[in-house]
Write a protein that binds this ligand. Structure first.
Ligand code: PLP
Length: 528
């Protein structure tokens, strides 16, 4: 097979699959360069505080459990009475910052959220020990308060929505997305042939899900492009007014564009919803904390919006699988279901009748929990309790921080300096707007080539080579793996660099390798 045929085969794969192929090539690259994978979004930092606190609660939990039964490694269950006092006796806040954090956490839960201290400690302890099914299965009682406070503080920019928001923690944002799609379909809120709008370029799973036979949805591009710094334009959002569009899925800040919707775009969404009060919006705000003064769509149109958040990126916790779905207690999903015809309602009543006595009154979010375990296994649904407590502890690191959350500021500074190094190395202007999360950047190889060697050379690159050729050579010759932007619905020639997953010093090297390879293409251009 010729290189060109091989590349055409490659172009049929998804962006993540192409990236896997590139990894193999890069590991044995021709120049024997160090192998650099800037393709993945997995961060190379972690939050230590919450993890150490988790370990500390397990230690206490094991000791606490031995109070009721203690026969070798076999211990009993914990008891509520006096548990907070025993925890405080167990901890040494004077010598351990982590122990002090746990004491502060209990005080915060009590003073700010008005949660009983013993009950809070018991939920944490039993949660990490994991000796009971998650009850209530949707989310542990006090955990919901803490996670809501975290989401409000980090994503809502001052809007007070914590008290009126229901949460469902899930196995990462990925499971949240799957559950949402599934329940929208099961509850007939979206059906075959419905138009669904998505803001492209977008995280590939979103592009791929609508193409699955299950959904057969039509994509409507709400393209944000480089010309506008990847900022979505109001005129594009106007497309949402199309009466055939039932739902809008947004990734905000976007991936790979990395830009958050600005206030003008948020205002536009508000106007659209005023005209189309039954519009369904799903917003994935995984990167929200990487933008100063971020504001989610959920805080602008809470009635219409399902919010997805994941702890994966900020806390370096992809292996934990920690995500959450947030839905307003008053919402369009319940409203639409309650307005269904008798016939449609009856069908759904049958579906959930084994779960609850009055299925017609079952909230959409609870239907999602039931659907996540195929209805029949609703009684053993819910995210594992240790995972829920890990979400609580990550949330508390933020809630207990003073004025500025130093951890969040540090994570932003990291991606920021890598972004600066990359752009400086490429000798091009970065995007300094405040909506830029800088978690990813899109580098347009054709534009870069044109800027350095002129438009004839750019034409040569575009015409003589497959669009993955540059990516392919960057891997197999130079040992640098980037992600193909086309797979995300972006323009040919755009490569995604992740500022999250390589040591700082590598970003300058990546820039150098990109320029070196462009130069090699230019040599062959001159020799034609
Ligand atoms: C990384 C990422 C997620 C996170 O997924 P997890 O399953 O929580 O690891 C969700 N959405 C987008 C757009 C992402 O880039």
């Amino acid at each position: 097979m010729s290189i060109r045929d091989e590349e055409q085969q490659l172009e049929k794969l998804g962006a993540f699959e192409i990236s896997n192929e590139m990894l193999k090539l890069a590991q044995h690259n021709k120049k024997s360069n160090i192998f650099l994978n800037a393709g993945r979004g997995n961060p190379n930092w972690i939050n230590t505080k919450a993890r150490l606190a988790f370990a500390r609660i397990i230690e206490f939990g094991a000791k606490e459990s031995s109070r009721t039964i203690s026969e070798g490694d076999l211990a009993g269950y914990t008891t509520l009475e006096g548990i907070r006092e025993r925890l405080e006796t167990f901890l040494s806040p004077k010598t351990s910052e982590i122990d002090q954090f746990l004491i502060d956490a209990v005080n915060y839960a009590h003073d700010t959220l008005k949660i009983d201290k013993d009950e809070f400690v018991k939920e944490l302890v039993d949660g990490v020990i994991g000796n009971n099914y998650p009850v209530p299965s949707r989310i542990l009682k006090h955990s919901e308060r803490v996670i809501n406070a975290y989401l409000e503080s980090t994503l809502y920019r001052g809007e007070k929505l914590a008290e009126q928001t229901d949460l469902f923690p899930t196995e990462g944002g990925t499971a949240a997305i799957v559950y949402i799609f599934n329940s929208l379909k099961e509850n007939k809120l979206i059906k075959q042939g419905d138009k669904i709008a998505i803001n492209t370029p977008i995280f590939t799973p979103y592009l791929q899900i609508p193409e699955l036979n299950d959904y057969e949805m039509v994509e409507v591009d709400l393209r944000s492009d480089e010309e506008h710094n990847w900022e979505i334009q109001a005129s594009e959002l106007d497309k949402l007014k199309d009466p055939e569009i039932k739902a809008f899925f947004a990734v905000n800040p976007s991936n790979p564009g990395a830009m958050a919707f600005d206030d003008t775009a948020l205002e536009e969404i508000k106007k659209v919803v005023a005209e189309k009060p039954e519009l369904i919006i799903i917003t994935d705000d995984v990167y929200g904390t990487f933008v100063d003064e971020f504001k989610t769509i959920y805080s602008v149109v809470p009635y219409n919006t399902l919010l997805v958040y994941s702890y994966s990126k900020l806390f370096g916790a992809t292996g934990w699988r920690l995500g959450v779905v947030a839905v307003n207690k008053e919402n369009v999903f319940d409203h639409l279901i309650s307005n269904f015809s008798q016939e449609k309602k009856a069908e759904l009543t049958t579906r959930y009748s084994i779960n609850v006595l009055e299925p017609e009154k079952m909230k959409f979010i609870d239907r999602m929990v039931a659907d996540s375990r195929s209805v029949g296994l609703y009684h053993t649904s819910g995210l594992s309790t240790p995972q829920q407590i890990m979400e609580v502890l990550f949330s508390l690191t933020h809630l207990l921080s003073q004025e500025k959350d130093v951890y969040i500021e540090t994570s932003k500074a990291i991606v920021n300096r890598r972004y600066e190094d990359l752009f400086k190395g490429l000798n091009i202007e970065g995007n300094a707007s405040k909506e830029n999360s800088k978690y990813y950047s899109l580098i347009n190889i054709y534009q870069l080539a044109e800027k350095i060697y002129g438009s004839e050379f750019k034409k040569y690159l575009m015409e003589q080579f497959e669009q993955v050729d540059f990516l392919y050579n960057l891997s197999q010759k130079n040992g640098v793996v980037l992600m193909d932007g086309v797979g995300f619905g972006s323009q040919p020639g755009e490569l995604r660099v992740s500022e999250a997953n390589l040591p700082d010093e590598d970003y300058e090297i990546i820039a150098k390798q990109i320029l070196e390879l462009i130069d090699e293409y230019h040599q062959s251009f001159l020799q034609q």
